[in-house]
Design a protein around this ligand. Structure first.
Ligand SMILES: [Fe+2]
Length: 564
């Protein structure tokens, strides 16, 4: 029997299916529609699952939605009607969108599959985050579970515990609009970056600045009691702007051209100040969770947990024994949490254990109808095709990877990546500036074998687990500066990924690379800026042509794009 979780309507829409007997399939709607962050109901993901797993009413145990639709709608509405005239545009929009949201989830499901109503169940927003976190750790009662995001069902921060009988208890909550996530998103908007995408840019930019606006921003968000000062914001009443004139009064003009040096310096200082506010808030939240639960092991979920600089800096305070951020802590990963809610609903004393960054689907399932040979030419001259790919990397080529199961979460973790030799400064620069066209202040991420990690990097052992999926930063050692300086961020950190699985192609590729004198690859997501990561072979072909990359390493060989 299958347990299916769905996250949709507000952030990137996703679906997860499992039977907890080894079958798992995580899909994002954006993979099918090619619209990054597509949040609409995931019809095509469900159709894919129906075709692949022959889904019908009889073999589905539950379909679980990641939150309670009416509660989610009502909580924002309820806040807005406290000041109906001030918030009237927002209110009218909210009322008009009643019909377009998750309230009609069951109707949307029935358009795709004929399923009994009693098989549709609803988790709650923060509980889904928490239940995804539960699925990535063993000894679940050893941990306290913190969720921190923009807002979900009117909640912005939650702390949960779970006992050995699988009883989950919410022990503390903070409520909308008091949201450190919305505070950080507002700064993202202020600096001219896109909300839900640009937060990573703010984090990178912060390393170039000094927190000169920290005291002013402490008036905007109180790091001690987690209260927001709404005088500085407009997201509760304005559909196109998240901040008010009062924020402009303390930070100056918004949306300046960041390519001018004087603006870059100023905006880096604002980003640095916002980052400090975020980090000090999270420090206090973690301390509160430890104090309330008596547990010093933490699982952190919610979109805020994607701020890996914050994770790294928190670890330096030595206030916890362990902190784990699962690979997809945002709303997309909550599809997995929702399926865990369904599983727990049925089994009562068991939860899913999904300690993997690759939750599918397999590339051959995705490409049932695509013929690889129509688009690509196999070019390896021997069976040692991974060695031949390593040779190309050493020669300075940039290559892509497309093998194994698909990654869960926002980052390409080797199976669907673009690689270059991190030792080769020209390749690194070409990849960052000409191919990926990233902002000059955004660093590229390194990937290496676990056995080589300590030679080049340092990290507090409490967060080391997160290195398997780029969930944290770590510090560069002197050895890294000798040959790999082009991948080190201005603050001496890297968003490193380690590879442990000896059977994976990425592991074998790194081993071959090592034999030829380089131990680190640059690993960046296999997409064009503002597009989703590639999904099927056709996406691979089109993206490679557009990016002007010739070579792709697949499960069964090393290929080159054909001229068609
Ligand atoms: Fe959330």
């Amino acid at each position: 029997m299958y347990y299916i979780g769905i996250s949709a309507y507000y952030h990137e829409s996703s679906v997860f299916l499992t039977d907890n007997k080894g079958t798992s399939c995580f899909l994002k709607k954006e993979s099918f529609t090619r619209i990054k962050g597509d949040k609409n109901f995931p019809h095509r993901c469900l159709k894919f699952l129906i075709n692949t797993f022959d889904l019908k009413d009889e073999n589905i145990k539950f379909i679980s939605f990641y939150e309670k639709p009416f509660k989610s709608w009502w909580e924002i509405f309820y806040y807005s009607i406290k000041n109906p005239w001030q918030n009237k545009d927002f209110l009218i929009h909210h009322l008009k969108n009643f019909n377009n949201g998750s309230i009609f989830f069951y109707t949307d499901i029935r358009k795709i599959i004929d399923i009994s109503r009693n098989k549709i169940i609803y988790s709650s927003h923060h509980l889904s985050h928490c239940l995804y976190g539960l699925s990535v750790v063993k000894n679940i009662s050893d941990y306290v579970y913190i969720t921190c995001d923009g807002v979900g069902e009117g909640e912005t921060m939650s702390i949960y515990t779970i006992d050995n009988k699988y009883k989950i208890k919410k022990i503390w909550t903070n409520f909308y609009p008091n949201s450190i996530g919305l505070f950080y998103s507002t700064i993202t908007d202020f600096l001219g970056f896109e909300i839900n995408e640009g937060e990573f840019k703010v984090m990178s930019l912060s390393s170039f600045g000094k927190p000169t606006y920290k005291n002013q921003l402490k008036e905007v968000f109180n790091i001690n009691d987690f209260k927001i000062n709404m005088d500085y914001f407009a997201f509760h009443k304005n559909l196109s702007k998240s901040f008010s004139k009062k924020l402009i009064n303390i930070l100056g003009d918004p949306y300046l051209n960041i390519n001018l040096d004087e603006n870059l310096k100023k905006y880096a200082d604002i980003a640095s100040s916002a980052q400090v506010i975020l980090e000090e808030t999270m420090e206090n939240l973690v301390k509160k969770a430890i104090q309330m639960s008596g547990k010093k092991k933490i699982v952190l979920t919610g979109g805020v947990a994607l701020n890996c600089k914050m994770i790294h800096n928190l670890s330096k305070l030595n206030i916890f024994e362990e902190l784990i951020v699962p690979p997809s802590p945002g709303d997309s990963g909550s599809a997995i949490g929702a399926s865990n809610f369904a599983y727990l609903n049925e089994n009562k004393d068991k939860t899913l254990n999904l300690n993997s960054i690759f939750l599918g689907p397999k590339k051959e399932i995705i490409n049932k109808k695509n013929n690889k040979n129509d688009l690509f030419l196999k070019i390896n001259l021997t069976d040692e095709f991974i060695t031949e790919a390593a040779n190309k990397l050493i020669d300075g080529e940039i290559i892509t990877s497309y093998y194994g199961l698909t990654e869960v979460g926002p980052r390409s973790l080797g199976n669907t990546s673009i690689f270059c030799d991190a030792k080769n400064k020209n390749s690194v620069s070409n990849l960052n500036i000409n191919i990926k066209k990233r902002e000059h202040f955004q660093p590229l991420a390194p990937i290496l074998l676990e056995e080589d990690f300590q030679k080049y990097f340092s990290i507090n052992s409490s967060i080391v687990k997160n290195l398997e999926w780029m969930g944290t930063l770590c510090d560069a050692n002197k050895e890294l500066y000798k040959n790999y300086s082009s991948i080190i961020h201005v603050d001496g950190t890297c968003r490193t990924q380690i590879i442990k699985d000896e059977h994976s192609i990425t592991y074998k590729l790194l081993k071959e690379l090592k034999k030829q004198g380089s131990e680190i690859l640059v690993n960046t997501s296999f997409n064009i800026s503002k597009d989703p990561v590639v999904f099927d072979l056709f996406d691979v072909y089109v993206n490679m042509r557009r990016l002007n990359i010739k070579f792709v390493l697949m499960d069964d060989g090393f290929y080159q794009t054909k001229d068609i």
